[in-house]
Design a protein around this ligand. Structure first.
Ligand code: NAP
Length: 250
C-alpha cells in the first residue's frame, strides 16, 4: 500500500496551484489536481508529475458550487482514500472596476469561489483529517493575497475583501482544530506573474506594477509554492494560524 501523503490542490492546473502541485509531487506528496475548465493544462501538470515518477490525478470541478465540492471529495475518497493536505488555492478576480459599479452577480460569484468554496473545501478536509474523527491530522494552506491588507482601490476591492475574509477564516479555523492534529496557515502572495491578471483584463499588470514593489519585480509562482510547501511540511510543525507575506516587500 502506498503510504505517501495525499494533497488536494484546488485550482492546481495553472499559475500558483500548478507550481504547488509540481513541487509537492517532487517532495513526495501524491497530488489531486483540481481545475474548472482547462483540462489541457491540468493534464499537463499530471503528466509532468507522472513522468518524473510521481503520483497525480486530476478532477474537474467548480469550487464555487456544492456539486463541485462533492465531486472533488468523491475523487479524494475514491482515488486515494485519505487526505493529508489541502492547498485552498482556486480563486478569481473580475474586471477592474470601482465599487459603485460592481453588480450583485459579480459579488456573488467572487464570494462563492473565493470565500464559500474555500471554507467548504476546508470543512470537507477537516472531516477527513481530524484525529477526533479517526483521521491522521494534516495541514491546510489557504491562499490569500496582499490585497487583503492593501484593499486594491480602483481595481478589485471586492476581491480584496474576499481575501480579508480568508485571513480571518485562517486564524479561526487554526484555533478551532489545533487539538485535532491539523495546522492551518495562509500565504499572501503579492503581484505574481500568472494568467490571473489577463482574466481581469490587464494582461501586463504584473510588470506594470513592478515599480510599486520594493523588489522592483513581480514574483514567480514557484516562489509562492516554496512558502506553501514549507507550511505544508513538518518543518512548520509549530506554525499554525500564521499568514506569510510572499510579496517582494510590498
Ligand atoms: P490563475 O493563473 O488564474 O489560475 C487559476 C487556477 O484556479 C486555475 O487552475 C483555474 O482552473 C482554477 N480555478 C479558477 N476558478 C475555479 C473554480 N471555480 N473552481 C476550481 N478551480 C478554479 O491564478 P493564480 O494567479 O495562480 O491564483 C491562484 C490563487 O492565488 C488565487 O486564489 C489568487 O487569488 C491568489 N493570488 C494570486 C496573485 C497573483 O498576482 N497572481 C496574487 C495574490 C493572490 P482552470 O485552469 O481550469 O481555469
Amino acid at each position: 500500500m502506498n503510504e505517501n501523503p495525499v494533497l488536494l490542490v484546488t485550482g492546481g492546473s495553472r499559475g500558483i496551484g500548478a507550481a504547488v502541485s509540481l513541487k509537492a509531487a517532487a517532495a513526495g506528496w501524491r497530488v489531486l489536481v483540481n481545475y474548472v475548465a482547462n483540462r489541457e493544462a491540468a493534464d499537463a501538470v499530471v503528466a509532468a508529475i507522472r513522468n518524473a515518477g510521481g503520483d497525480a490525478s486530476a478532477v474537474a470541478a467548480d469550487t464555487g458550487t456544492e456539486a463541485g465540492i462533492a465531486a472533488i471529495f468523491a475523487a479524494v475518497d475514491q482515488t486515494y482514500g485519505r487526505l493529508d493536505g489541502l492547498v485552498n488555492n482556486a480563486g478569481v478576480v473580475d474586471q477592474t472596476a470601482r465599487v459603485e459599479d460592481m453588480s450583485r452577480e459579480r459579488l456573488e460569484r467572487m464570494f462563492a469561489i473565493n470565500v464559500i468554496g474555500k471554507i467548504r473545501c476546508a470543512s470537507e478536509a477537516v472531516k477527513r483529517m481530524s484525529t477526533a474523527r479517526g483521521g491522521f491530522g494534516g495541514s491546510i494552506v489557504n491562499i490569500s493575497s496582499m490585497a487583503a491588507v492593501l484593499g486594491s482601490p480602483g481595481q478589485y476591492v471586492d476581491y480584496a475583501a474576499s481575501k480579508g475574509a480568508i485571513d480571518t477564516f485562517t486564524i479561526g479555523l487554526a484555533r478551532e482544530v489545533v487539538s485535532e492534529g491539523i495546522r492551518v496557515n495562509g500565504v499572501r502572495p503579492g503581484v505574481i506573474e500568472t494568467d490571473i491578471h489577463a482574466s481581469g483584463g490587464l494582461p501586463d499588470r504584473a510588470w506594470d506594477m513592478a515599480s510599486s514593489i520594493p523588489m522592483q519585480r513581480p514574483g514567480r509562482a514557484d516562489e509562492v509554492a516554496d512558502a506553501v510547501l514549507y507550511l505544508l511540511s513538518n518543518q512548520a510543525s509549530y506554525v499554525t494560524g500564521s499568514i506569510m507575506n510572499v510579496s517582494g516587500g510590498r
